[in-house]
Design a protein around this ligand. Structure first.
Ligand code: 3H9
Length: 702
């Protein structure tokens, strides 16, 4: 009889251990205990010649149980089980399928050989949790595939497919029935009676120069992530130290990282990403499958969105009003795919098949058979309403009508149709085929099945969905407005764009706010400010000179012909200094810490208002939005987690000081933040309590 979380069976002298710990065969304490016992028992059983280790369900094993990292470690640890496997006098083989990740791959690496089913995904993704592999992965993987390749795989958390794994020698055979193949292998090894191949006995070798060059380039992109530096060091030990000593050091480094702030923040993010897909009244099982999509508008966003569908293997109709605009859009699609191909990211066959999935047309009627239609036309309510009225006539019953607006009201767009329950906002981020965030905007009348369909579609597109309520700018851009305003204020008080950007990049963002504005185009914000009736003296003056950012070669910075590197612009500096003077502001020197606080605390303050209004359901949703849509460093866990960590008392005190100094009342702590500060509580605790007390849910917007 099957005994969860593991079962064993025997067949002609070979014992098969099957891990069965849904949903992902994580190495929980219960599984480790049973696995350890089963291995010892079978190793001692004279009727057993060899052992095959496999798993049921979605995959072989997704690694350590992440929920256990906060608790005291309990034996048997994975590293101890691995020792049992590797030193077993009988052959132990791993038969892999599906997700084979982290500790799961480390188990497999300790086995004497491995087979894999087609579709297996092998990776050591610990760095994404702020960790390094902690069960020998940093020492065994280099011994199998080489130190440089292993380093790259570990730092980028990149996965190998079955065939690639076979090509680099990580698995011996790809077979439809990997268990049968492993049993055959095992019998063969047992019959030969030769010494068993142990990964630890191999040497990790590589061209040292190539290794160091790769290490340097990976470290340059780490932007403060401790785990990257630790991974580089650990893999280097595989080249320099005896196996056992290196293993010991790997253990120590793993434990230090596990107990550190960065890994805690990244584990928070892991669960936040999954929580963000769960909306209490939305049943994902009611999602309609999207077999055909349509995108209207072949501008930058429309092109990126169409590519996201093609990348996921979903045919998409791309509609434009004129042949000329359509050709321009399709030309951009071809250019982007060709560039991915020339950089080795996409092979020719994939490029062709993706291109063949995008059908361009100038006939709006062609969207009639689409399950999901996304409008990505000019940001103008009248234009969008006109279009939705026509879509209402053309779209088939049950189709989802989505608007990729970044700030317009979804209810007003829905008013133009007779099916407001089918209307929803899908706010993609640019470039849409690259950026993972998708803000799903729920209008007042959006149906729950419509939301389910869009969440499921987002997951198929490999996007990170977050469902938010409807308000100008939704969650991400509404919060970002604070950064624009405070950035402008900092310029007026004494900072320069390059100083602000440097401080923000030191904090861990990939790009500073002013370089980012230049990249997006300054006219976008200018138009929004006009429509919302407020101004920013410096940003407006720059725009009014026709300096619209990278596309015009000048903005907050200047750019050399065809280059994207922002260069400080003396004329912009003059303009900034003159504006301060005109407004009677005495410029002062402002430190990096103040810059970061001045930008981030008002953003979190807006986050507090958004939470209290119910526009975001939980603080961790805002964290996910900021990490996946705005480059907030993942190792800090997100915007709201960051201020929680600082302590809301301190944050409230600083906000009060900013408000007093500037006379700007909006910088006063928002009621929720002030309340939580007073109680010495946190946004995380508040969100948790909100989720628990569903009875106090007063029909929130999300
Ligand atoms: C490690 O191994 C350290 C070692 O080096 C050293 C020590 C041994 N633990 O993502 P999904 C849950 S570090 C606990 O929605 P998918 C997840 O929370 C680990 N729970 O499904 C969710 O729960 P819920 C290295 C886990 O099909 C449910 O399973 N490994 C774990 O889209 C379904 O997950 C990793 O970093 C876990 N390890 O994706 C792998 N994994 O339903 C992390 C998942 O309550 N996991 N859950 O929301 C993943 O990348 C994805 O979950 C996976 C499946 C690709 C496996």
């Amino acid at each position: 009889m099957k005994e969860q979380p593991l079962s064993t069976r025997r067949e002609k002298g070979v014992a098969v251990i099957t891990m069965d710990n849904p949903p992902v065969n994580a190495l929980s304490f219960a599984l480790r205990e049973r696995l350890d016992a089963a291995l010892r028992e079978l190793a001692a059983d004279p009727a057993v010649q060899a052992i095959v280790l496999t798993g049921t369900g979605r995959g072989f094993c997704a690694g350590a149980d992440i929920t256990e990292f906060g608790k005291a470690p309990r034996s048997p640890k994975t590293i101890e089980i691995i020792e049992t496997i590797e030193s077993c006098p009988k052959p132990v083989l791993a038969a892999l399928h599906g997700q084979t990740l982290g500790g799961g791959l480390e188990l497999a690496l300790a086995c004497h050989e491995r087979t894999a089913a087609p579709g297996t995904r092998l990776a050591l993704p610990e760095v994404k949790l702020g960790l390094i592999p902690g069960a020998g992965g940093t020492q065994r993987l280099p011994r199998v595939i080489g130190a440089t390749a292993a380093l790259e795989m570990i730092v980028n958390a990149s996965a190998l497919g079955s065939a690639e794994a076979r090509d680099v020698g990580l698995v011996a055979e790809v077979a439809d029935d990997p268990v049968a193949a492993a049993m055959e292998f095992a019998r063969d090894l047992a019959a030969r009676g030769a010494e068993l191949p142990r990964t630890r006995d191999r040497t990790s070798s590589d061209d040292r120069q190539a290794f160091e060059a790769k290490a340097e380039s990976l470290l340059r992109r780490a932007r403060g992530a401790e785990a990257v530096a630790a991974a580089v060091e650990a893999v280097r030990w595989s080249l320099e130290l005896p196996f056992d000593e290196a293993l010991q050091r790997e253990q120590e480094a793993f434990q230090r990282l596990r107990d550190g702030q960065q890994s805690k923040a990244m584990r928070h993010l892991f669960f936040a990403e999954r929580a963000a897909t769960k909306v209490p009244d939305v049943d994902l099982r009611r999602a309609q499958s999207v077999n055909r999509a349509a995108v209207i508008g072949a501008g930058t966003m429309g092109v990126g969105i169409s590519m996201s569908f093609a990348d996921a293997g979903i045919p998409v109709t791309l509609v434009e009003t004129s042949t000329e605009s359509l050709e321009r859009g399709l030309g951009n699609v071809r250019k982007l795919y060709a560039s991915a191909h020339s950089r080795g990211r996409l092979d020719e066959a994939d490029m062709k098949s993706r291109l063949s999935l995008i059908h361009g047309t100038t006939d709006l009627g062609a969207v009639g058979d689409a399950d999901l239609i996304i409008e990505a036309v000019f940001e103008d309510l009248g234009v969008k309403q006109g279009l939705f009225a026509r879509l209402d006539e053309i779209a088939k019953p049950g189709a989802v009508l989505a608007s990729n607006t970044s700030y317009l009201n979804i209810d007003k767009i829905a008013d133009a149709t007779t099916r407001p329950d089918a209307v929803i906002g899908t706010h993609f981020f640019s470039p849409a085929h690259v950026m993972r965030l998708l803000e799903i905007v729920r209008g007042r009348r959006t149906g729950t099945n419509t939301i389910a369909t869009v969440i499921a579609a987002a997951q198929r597109l490999n996007k990170q969905p977050v469902v938010v309520g409807d308000c100008p700018g939704f969650v991400g851009n509404r919060i970002l407005r604070q950064r624009h305003e405070q950035g402008e204020q900092l310029l007026l008080e004494g900072a320069l764009p390059e100083q602000v950007d440097r401080a923000v990049m030191r904090f861990g963002f990939p790009m500073g706010p002013f370089a980012m504005l230049d990249m997006a185009g300054l006219d976008v914000g200018y138009r929004i400010r006009r429509s919302q009736g407020y101004d920013l003296a410096i940003a407006d003056a720059i725009c009014e000179r026709g300096w619209l950012g990278q596309k015009t070669g000048r903005g907050f910075y200047s750019y050399r012909e065809g280059a994207r590197t922002p260069l400080p612009d003396p004329e912009v500096e003059q303009l900034i200094v003159a504006t301060s003077k005109r407004l009677g502001i005495t410029r002062r020197s402002i430190g990096d810490d103040e810059i970061v606080e001045r930008l981030l605390f008002p953003m979190a303050n807006e986050g507090a208002r958004i939470l209290e209004e119910g526009i975001a359901r939980r603080a961790s949703d805002i964290d996910v939005i900021y990490v996946h849509g705005y480059g907030f460093p993942a190792w800090r866990g997100g915007l709201m987690r960051y201020v929680d960590q600082i302590g809301l008392r301190d944050v409230a005190r600083r906000l009060r000081a900013f408000a007093e100094r500037s006379g700007d009342q909006r910088l006063e702590p928002a009621p929720l933040l002030a309340r939580l500060a007073e109680q010495d509580s946190s946004f995380a605790a508040w969100s948790h309590a909100q989720a628990e007390s569903s009875t106090t849910d007063k029909g929130q917007a999300v």
